[in-house]
Write a protein that binds this ligand. Sequence first.
Ligand SMILES: [Zn+2]
Length: 227
Amino acid sequence: MKNVLNFLFPRYCWICGKRLQIGEKHLCVQCLLNLPLTHYHSQLSNPMEQLFWGLIPIERANAFFFYEKEGRVSQILYHIKYYNHPEVGEYIAETMSVEQLSFFKDIDYVIAVPINKIRKRKRGYNQSDYLARGISKATGIPVLDKVLSRVVSTDTQTRKNRQERAENVFSAFTLHPSFSIDQLRNKHVLLVDDVCTTGATLKAAAEPLCKVPGIRISILSMAVVKI
Ligand SMILES: [Zn+2]
């Protein structure tokens, strides 16, 4: 049946445009293997972790890929964000998480960094929710929704440089009104985002969580700008 479907409805790789073989999903094996891996999952005190040193206490940090402007990862992220294909992100997050299971040890919940309401209404979805779902599929760790709310921030913009401002325009977070602190007391949570540039967004998202007694926070971004 799969053979027939593949013949009638050929599918193509998002990156190179080559026809996908049976068993391949969204990306051909070659493109998947050639993505620029960071290998941060097995590296203590990796550069991603160092971004947060002295700013917020985190357990560990990881990014699957290096992000380069107009590179293959940015191509994938573009599809995920603007071409209505978040399932590609879910697939990649699942595939990568299976390869890096040791990173997820002791984590109790996966929490996606929310996008603000206006953006969500426009796009129809939050791409990081799909990344969280892919991680959950691979690890069995449940996704926790409605923990954080993202609000439009207007203050303190003048003190930041251009790159920080660009990343930070919508980067103020509060605890969601329906969230109960007891739910995360003494738990280890993984905050998930799509791209990490300066770490400002992830730091802002982690800040309200730090109010929860005994909480431990780890961070994972699908891609990180080479530090
Ligand atoms: Zn390909």
